[in-house]
Design a protein around this ligand. Structure first.
Ligand SMILES: [Zn+2]
Length: 300
């Protein structure tokens, strides 16, 4: 078969364009802007009053080299948050601490906080005390392994307190518990700011997440450990990309340094975010990485 000159020319152009597209896909730069780590724990085993593996200088060095400019800090016990809030290294690294009251003094509190009056008292004491980086801005992270415990007496009281004091709530719960927690707020969920840790670590379907975002105007999704979020090569899966583009003001990223292994993997975790953030339009990537949380807590 003999091709006409015009046809051969257009095939060459097509081949050149395909090669160009492939090289662009390979070279797409990772997101390079600031990050707001909205799910950071500085638990006792990480630092242990400076004898642990990640004393403040180490923890702050990890944030600094990853372009993390602000953190939601919450720690078991709250001493870790106080330490970060007061540390000279925090200011030197240019990291803003947004403190949340952790509901746990120790591991026993994970399974009991929702009915333990002494937790409510501890929250009141912490709120009155504040931190060296200013007043607490939220409650949590807390866990509900059984969603029905959202109906516990202390859980109910804390949702009322959070809405009245305009405190955000960082909740590691399932989708059923989101409805229950919202129902306990005075506005029935219209005025309560819940940051949904992992946006559901059990991986409820995207359609269910979308329905909850529609129902509760202040609900935000934090994306660490989110099943189904990333696909081949660490890029965003198509249905998550569509959801984020539909709700660009409602998602945030976090490290969830719940065990020391997460501190040792901090570079990879943040690098993973930078990779898939590059799959979004630059303006949306900036909001997920930084802007949404910065707006929430009044940072510039
Ligand atoms: Zn966590």
């Amino acid at each position: 078969m003999v091709l006409g000159v015009g046809r051969r020319h257009s095939m060459r152009v097509t081949a050149a364009l395909l090669a160009l597209a492939a090289s662009v896909a390979v070279k797409a730069a990772d997101y390079g802007g600031p990050l707001f780590d909205t799910h950071l724990h500085y638990n006792v085993e990480a630092w242990d009053r400076d004898t642990g593996p990640y004393p403040p200088a180490e923890a702050l060095a990890r944030m600094q080299r990853n372009g993390v400019k602000a953190i939601i800090a919450n720690s078991r016990p709250n001493a870790g948050t106080h330490a970060l809030a007061a540390a000279r290294e925090t200011r030197a690294a240019g990291v803003t601490v947004v403190p949340f009251v952790r509901l746990y003094r120790n591991r026993d509190d994970y399974g009991n906080w929702f009915r333990d009056e002494s937790i409510y008292e501890m929250v009141q004491t912490e709120l009155a005390r504040g931190t060296a980086s200013g007043p607490y801005r939220g409650l949590g992270e807390f866990h509900l392994y059984d969603s029905a415990n959202a109906n516990g007496p202390v859980s109910r009281k804390l949702m009322v307190l959070a809405e009245e004091k305009k405190l955000a709530v960082l909740a590691h719960v399932d989708d059923v518990a989101i409805d229950l927690l919202m129902a306990h707020s005075p506005s029935k969920g219209q005025g309560l700011r819940i940051i949904w840790a992992h946006t559901g670590i059990g991986g409820p379907p995207v359609a269910r997440v979308r329905a909850l975002l529609e129902r509760y105007p202040l609900l935000m999704g934090e994306l660490s450990y989110r099943p189904g979020l990333t696909c081949e090569g660490g890029g965003l899966c198509p249905e998550w990309r569509a959801l984020i583009l539909q709700y660009p003001g409602r998602f945030m990223v976090g490290s969830d340094t719940w065990v020391n292994q997460r501190w040792s993997a901090y570079d990879e975790i943040m690098g993973g975010y930078r990779r898939w953030l590059a799959d979004l339009p630059a303006e949306v990537a900036q909001r997920i990485a930084w802007g949404n949380a910065a707006a929430l807590f009044g940072l510039r």
